[in-house]
Structure formats: structure tokens, C-alpha cells
Design a protein. Structure first.
Length: 375
């Protein structure tokens, strides 16, 4: 899935080809339609990979890649629209050579699956892609899981084949959250951030191929009346291995060490009040985000039980020196943490957030102990 950093000046030029060049054309019998799956990059913006679709006709030298992961970074109120879920993405096109060159430049895999289609199916897909590119259909409202560069391509292919693309992949039976976790498990803080931002809907078992590698695997496992949907598969470009340090600051060990260091401060009033203020504001953010955003994966965020809006009430009682209220409110917050732990028992990220749970619980216990002394 393309996002912010991919739309550098280089890629803006890459995607800014004229629509007229890639309009509808009659395909010859030699033409092929293929699925392009691009590997993950090392940064969060590229960690999920990318999907595109290629139409190639050697007889007419028509060789175009259609991409549904483009957006205008200069869109007014870009970030509010992205969070709210009404940011417009659009389809764009480029030459195949430019497309491959871009991923070679970023050292990311490019795998091509030529689809086993009839001449009529190829022409229908090519016509639809051209129609999308030359009309307002090229714009669509992006949804992180339910409408992205991968699902848009999958919908087009499914529309023109009698059997739907198989949902049987190594991710079958996983929740959306678990599938995402697999993709970012080597990027601890990104993984933690995604799990904190996403709510209960991502715990549902995935019912669609929304990640690039899933669509590639689904196509490979799909059989039609004329054989496998993937007529042949080839690696167009294989990313070269990079020398990496064995130690990474982006790990649970670093996070746990930070939390351990902060534990030494939990008895300090300045730390307690700062912690409650930040945690309470985060709780409000998590609660309101699901209400204002049309990204369904942000709804019902039970992480607000840990980053609790009640922290702000507790902070008020601390400042006003209402010690009995501090005690009862602290116990309420600890009860919320207990419920939170029960919810997380079967979740993939319990261990990721355990250091932060410990830090929060110890902070609340020390606040309660101090309030009891002064009550």
C-alpha cells in the first residue's frame, strides 16, 4: 500500500502520465493481464507492500501499469481527512519500465503473476481500467482495510472471472489485527502504535484479501475452468540483502528498559501528574477517534481502558486534595486495567504492551498509597 513517503517528487512524476496515452485500446491475442505485487520496505509507509495491475500487448507495444495507491499530498486538510476517513485516493498509470525502476530504486521485490484469462476477459479488464482512469471513477475514498490499492485490484479481477479469487492463504483464520501484526512484527513501535490505535473490529476474522501478499497468495491458490488463475509467476526484481546491525532500538527490549527506568519515577508527583495528563488525553483521543472517523477499524477502542479518560478526573482530585476521591478513582482505574488484561488474554499484542500496563498499575498504586496516608 502506497502512502506518504512514496509520493515523493520522483513518484509524482512517475504517476503523472497523461490519461490520453493510456486510454482504451483493442488488445491482440498476444496480450496479457498480470498482477504485480511489490514487497515491503523498511519504513512504516512501505511495510505492507503494494499491489498494481499490468496490461501488456507486445503486438502494439502497449505496456501499462495501473495503480490505485495514489493521492495528492497537497490536498487541503490532508491529515484531518486521512484520520476522518474521507481522503480521496485515485487511480493512475505509468509505463511498466518506470514502475519496475521505482521499486528497484527502493530495493523492493516485484513479483508478477500472469493471469490465465480469455481474450474477452483481458479486453474487459483493460477497458474497465481505461474507463476508470479517464473518468471520475478514478477517485475513491480510501479505507485502510476495506478499500485500498489491493482490494481495488481484487474487485476488478473478481468482476471478470467466474470464480472469485480464493481466500485460502497462510493468513486464513487470522484476525485483521493478527495479519497486520505479522507484517510489522520486526518494527516494535510501529506494531505497538497500530495495535493501540485500532479497536475491536480488527479482532474479527479477516474476510477479505486486503494486504498485497494475501492477494498474491489467493491468486496462486485459485483454480478456474481452464486451470490455475496464475498462469505463470516470475520475480521481476529481487531485493538485495542489506547489512544490518544485530541490535535495534526498535524492539520490545528497549521499550521494556524505558518502562523500567520510568518505574523509578512513579513515586514523584511531577511524573504522576504528567503521566495522568498524557494518559487521560490519549484516552479521550482513542474514544473520540472512533466516533468521528469512518475508518471502522478505529471504533470501539478498548485501549481506552489503559489510557483512561478518567485519569483527568483523578488528576483533578489530586490537585484539589480530595484524598478519598483520589483513592476511589484510582481503584476504578485499576479495575479498568484488570478488565483490559482480560480482554487482551487472547490478543497477539499482550506481551507488547505488558511493560506499559505494569508502569500504569504501579503509578496508580503509588498514587493510592500516598492518598491513604493523607486521608
Amino acid at each position: 500500500m502506497h502512502n506518504i513517503k512514496v509520493l515523493t517528487a520522483l513518484l509524482l512524476t512517475f504517476f503523472s502520465v497523461t490519461v490520453k496515452t493510456y486510454g482504451q485500446v483493442p488488445l491482440s491475442e498476444q496480450a496479457n493481464v498480470s498482477l504485480l505485487t511489490c514487497g515491503a520496505g523498511e519504513e512504516l509507509y512501505s511495510v505492507f507492500g503494494h499491489t498494481a495491475i499490468r496490461v501488456y500487448d507486445p503486438a502494439t507495444r502497449f505496456d501499462v501499469v495501473y495503480n490505485f495507491g495514489t493521492f495528492d499530498f497537497d490536498t487541503p486538510n490532508f491529515y484531518p481527512k486521512f484520520i476522518k476517513g474521507n481522503l480521496q485516493y485515485f487511480a493512475s498509470a505509468s509505463s511498466y519500465d518506470d514502475f519496475v525502476y521505482t521499486y528497484q530504486y527502493y530495493n523492493r521485490d516485484v513479483i508478477e503473476q500472469t493471469l490465465n484469462l480469455t481474450a474477452a476477459q483481458k479486453q474487459a479488464i483493460a477497458d474497465e481500467l481505461a474507463d476508470i482512469l479517464t473518468t471520475d471513477k478514478r477517485f475513491y475514498t480510501y479505507k485502510f482495510i476495506h478499500r485500498n490499492c489491493t482490494t481495488m485490484v481484487a474487485d476488478i479481477i473478481n468482476k471478470h472471472i467466474p470464480q472469485k479469487i480464493s481466500l485460502k492463504t497462510p493468513d486464513s483464520g487470522l484476525s485483521y489485527r493478527e495479519a497486520l501484526h505479522k507484517q510489522v512484527k520486526n518494527l516494535f513501535f510501529e506494531d505497538l502504535g497500530i495495535n493501540l490505535a485500532f479497536g475491536a473490529p480488527t479482532d474479527e476474522v479477516s474476510e477479505k484479501l486486503f494486504l498485497p501478499h494475501q492477494l498474491m497468495e489467493g491468486v496462486a491458490n485459485t483454480t478456474t475452468a481452464v486451470g490455475s488463475l496464475a498462469k505463470n509467476t516470475k520475480t521481476v526484481y529481487k531485493a538485495t540483502s542489506q547489512n544490518k546491525s544485530s541490535f535495534s532500538f526498535n524492539s520490545i527490549y528497549v521499550f521494556a528498559a524505558i518502562c523500567l527506568l520510568l518505574l523509578a519515577l512513579t513515586g514523584k508527583k511531577l511524573f504522576q501528574r504528567s503521566f495522568l495528563a498524557i494518559g487521560g488525553l490519549l484516552g479521550i483521543f482513542f474514544c473520540t477517534l472512533g466516533l468521528i472517523s469512518s475508518h471502522t477499524e478505529l471504533m470501539y477502542n478498548y485501549n481506552a481502558l489503559l489510557f483512561n479518560p478518567i485519569f483527568l478526573v483523578l488528576l483533578y482530585f489530586i490537585f484539589t486534595k480530595k484524598h478519598k476521591a483520589v483513592i476511589s478513582t484510582s481503584y476504578a482505574c485499576l479495575a479498568c486495567i484488570g478488565i483490559y488484561i482480560l480482554i487482551l488474554l487472547n490478543k497477539s499484542y499482550l506481551l507488547l504492551i505488558l511493560p506499559l500496563i505494569t508502569l500504569t498499575a504501579v503509578t496508580l498504586f503509588r498514587i493510592t498509597r500516598e492518598a491513604k496516608k493523607q486521608a
